[in-house]
Design a protein around this ligand. Structure first.
Ligand code: HEM
Length: 306
């Protein structure tokens, strides 16, 4: 399989910088060449500051993909599945390019970000910049450990990367991003036992509730899906907390071999079943952004710049 971009399957880091751009000109030739230079920047910082565990991802927004690489389209490329039910909403927001920078040093994330912006500047507007950080022992700001059930080892690559069924795009990944803003006041008013019911896991020790003890509205119940053959539907989550003293939330990132798993999970979170159960976590957090991207392999980005 072609070499995937390092940041797709990277282990959790202490810091991240997420940059979302809109492209303002149609100089696709220049953009293709600059994306190679962004990859070179990631490699340079990775070698120079190897102890910081630097990794990066360049992902191209669905609409912009058709402009940037019009002759080669990933088989399952699809727009962000925006959806709404009652006051639960997954909006789509602008984003032609998404750059994820991760490292164990915040100064290195910053230094890479500055250089990426310098490189892309004439062609893009910065739509949003968000700094992510590790909170305690890998917890979301709700206080629950996030990422425990992520696929591990070699299985992680199977889940996150396109395989040989779309050979041109093998090593690429379908990326979905949502920036969630938590209502921390409301969440903190909820007793810990009720918070645990919402998540389907214990808070301090991070132990999963047995299936018969999990509420139908529990987040981990709503997102645990099986396909027609009874196999688990999986995504690789690269999410991290973000925020300051007034705004807090989760920068949610899904990487997968197809857009379908994320879409099915999101639908199951937002839409209620026949008994009226939806994902109760959505009573305490709202998605403020949403974007669908494709992160091609390193080889693809380099070949298309020639
Ligand atoms: C599990 C938090 C959004 C998919 C979890 C867990 C936490 C969590 C604490 C349990 C530990 C773990 O396995 O990671 C959050 C928060 C979210 C959010 C705070 C937003 C504010 C989403 C979204 C999706 C998703 C949007 C997919 C569309 C999953 C999956 C699991 C999971 C697949 C593992 C379920 C299992 O197999 O037990 N999440 N999550 N999450 N979440 Fe989320």
């Amino acid at each position: 399989m072609s070499q995937a971009q390092k940041g797709i399957c990277a282990e959790p880091n202490l810091h991240a910088l997420y940059l979302t751009f809109t492209v303002v000109d149609d100089d696709v030739q220049a953009m293709r060449a600059k994306l190679v230079r962004v990859l070179e920047l990631f490699s340079y910082f990775d070698e120079e500051y190897y102890e910081a565990m630097v990794s990066g991802v360049i992902a191209v927004g669905t609409d912009y993909w058709y402009e940037l690489y019009p002759r080669l389209i990933p088989q399952e490329l699809a727009p962000f599945p925006s959806m709404q039910s009652d006051d639960r909403e997954a909006p789509v927001t602008p984003g032609d390019l998404f750059i994820q920078i991760k490292a164990d040093r915040t100064d290195i994330c910053h230094a890479i970000g500055i250089e990426v912006i310098q490189l892309l500047k004439p062609h893009v507007d910065l739509y949003e910049e968000i700094s992510g950080f590790r909170f305690l022992d890998g917890r979301d700001l709700t206080g629950f450990v996030d990422g425990t059930e992520n696929p591990k080892g070699m299985h992680k690559f199977e889940v996150a990367l396109v395989g040989d069924k779309d050979p041109e795009f093998a090593g690429g990944s379908y990326i979905h991003i949502q920036r969630y803003r938590h209502n921390m006041t409301k969440w903190q008013l909820l007793a810990t036992t009720n918070q645990e019911e919402v998540m389907g896991r214990t808070k301090t020790d991070n132990v999963e509730f047995s299936s018969d003890k999990k509420a139908a509205f529990a987040h981990t119940k709503r997102t645990s899906l099986k396909d027609e053959e009874g196999k688990s539907v999986e995504i690789l989550r690269q999410s991290m907390p973000y925020g300051d003293m007034s705004v807090q939330g989760l920068y949610f990132i899904s990487c997968a071999s197809s857009p379908k798993p994320f879409t099915d999970m999101l639908r199951n979170m937002i839409f209620a079943d026949a008994e009226g159960n939806y994902d109760k976590l959505l009573d305490y957090t709202i998605a403020e952004t949403g974007g669908a991207y494709f992160a091609p392999s390193v080889k693809f980005i380099k070949q298309q710049a020639l």
